[in-house]
Design a protein around this ligand. Structure first.
Ligand SMILES: Nc1nc2c(c(=O)[nH]1)N[C@H]1C(S)=C(S)[C@@H](COP(=O)(O)O)O[C@H]1N2
Ligand SMILES: [Mo]
Length: 411
């Protein structure tokens, strides 16, 4: 933050002290070496670090659907966005989505093979070691499941938006691999397939594959997590989650769209819906203050949230603290990578009156995030119906009540 800005000075003079945030106000507990030694095992401290046991933020099943269920099948679990800071989701808190439920397969990377075949001059089969010898790239991208929808029943931002996460991915550009194989004239689509019993195959335009798709083996500085597709997955930046094929074992280059098990549930004869079910539009959400949180009194707060778009980088985020009458430009607090979460913030002084907080993202294409009413108008449908016709990128309202409690503004 720029210390010359008047907002900052006001905060230091009045805000923090008045709100009782000043250092020393809380009880100081001396560190006790003996207690520390007993709180963490050697494994926690040395071999593979565990977080502090005071930190309890966890993934939760999508409301109404147990995971794992009675048969041990894993369904959708959500990221605790209300506790998020910055833009990288800890790998252990990345949302998990398996269609129709699945077991997370236990794949030995030494045995794993990845094949590219179909309309290519040289079909190739890669081992993991061979892939790791190829020129690699490291990029930050969000993933988001089509099922990420807000609605009146959702209480927290984990419920409304927890099926999106953002990681730093490392792997080989698919275009590099396709150059090795030699794509034949007339090829226009590709079908990517996973290795588990529910194949997780999707038809993807070849143009996207040649543009920016990644075949990744690493996430946030270490190997992919089993839940995220260990040992190999496809990243299709900005596209809806189902295209991001985990446990990637095969890409077939073809000359038309092929109906797969995945695509069956996700395509729609209405071209408007199909377009908006493929690539995410500009989207944002305030993570603090958000549903279920409690403000401790009037005064200074730093509104914080995430913005992203399937169409490229976030250009601008605006925040309204009066239900959309006035909008202010928020600060982008992190670099705005393309097809990545971007953290925004806005200094705010709460006067103790009930108010509605909104955020609105504009991406580098100039596309603006709609309200649910605007989405309804676009589809010629009732607002709440519009939500389930495509990807839901509508504006999320949070109501701050006079007692400081925060609730979902959708009714
Ligand atoms: N092989 C395979 N790939 C898959 C899936 C799956 O069940 N199997 N789920 C898809 C769905 S619906 C989504 S939203 C994303 C979720 O990725 P994540 O679990 O790493 O968050 O992966 C996609 N790729
Ligand atoms: Mo998904």
């Amino acid at each position: 933050m720029d210390s010359k800005k008047p907002g900052r000075r006001r905060f230091l003079k009045g805000g923090a002290a008045a709100a009782g945030l000043a250092m020393g106000a809380g009880k100081v507990v001396a560190a006790d070496a003996t207690a520390n030694d007993m709180a963490y095992s050697k494994k926690d401290l040395i071999a593979y670090g565990e977080r502090s046991h005071y930190v309890t933020s966890i993934r939760e099943p999508v409301p109404g659907r147990m995971s794992p269920d009675a048969f041990g099948l894993v369904f959708h679990v959500t990221t605790p966005l209300q506790d998020s800071v910055g833009i990288i989701t800890p790998s252990s808190l990345h949302y998990v989505a398996t269609h129709r439920g699945s077991f997370v397969p236990d794949i030995d990377p030494k045995q794993h093979r990845f094949m590219i075949h179909g309309m290519v001059d040289r079909p190739l089969v890669f081992t993991m070691d061979e892939l790791k010898r190829m020129p690699y790239v490291t990029r930050v991208h969000f993933l988001e499941c089509l099922g990420n929808r807000s609605g009146a029943k959702a209480k927290t931002v984990q419920d409304t938006h927890g099926l999106t996460s953002c990681s730093e991915w490392t792997g080989v550009l698919l275009s590099t691999l396709l150059k090795e194989c030699g794509v034949q004239a007339g090829a226009s689509w590709m079908v990517a397939e996973g290795a588990e019993e529910v194949k997780g195959a999707s038809s993807i335009p070849l143009a996207k594959g040649l543009d920016d798709c990644l075949v990744v083996y690493a996430q946030n500085g270490e190997a992919l997590r089993p839940q995220q597709g260990f040992p190999l997955r496809l990243i299709v930046p900005g596209f809806e989650g189902i295209y991001q094929t985990k446990y990637l074992r095969r890409i077939k280059i073809v000359d038309r769209f092929y109906m797969t098990y995945n695509d069956y549930g996700h395509i729609n004869p209405d071209p408007k819906v199909t377009a908006l079910t493929t690539q995410w539009g500009p989207k944002s959400v305030i993570t603090f203050p958000s549903g279920g949180q409690q403000l401790s009194g009037t005064g200074f707060y730093d509104i914080s949230g995430l913005a992203w778009s399937g169409g490229g980088a976030v250009k601008k985020v605006e925040v309204s603290t009066d239900g959309g009458k006035k909008w202010q430009d928020a600060e982008l607090r992190t670099p705005a990578y393309r097809m990545a979460h971007t953290r925004f913030g806005l200094n705010w002084k709460w006067d103790g009156k009930e108010c509605t907080l909104l955020s609105r993202c504009t991406d580098e294409l100039g596309e603006v995030q709609p309200t649910i009413a605007e989405a309804g108008k676009f589809f010629g449908d009732a607002p709440e119906k519009a939500r389930v016709r495509g990807t839901d990128n509508s504006i999320q309202p949070w109501i701050v009540a006079a007692d400081g409690s925060v609730r979902n503004g959708h009714s």
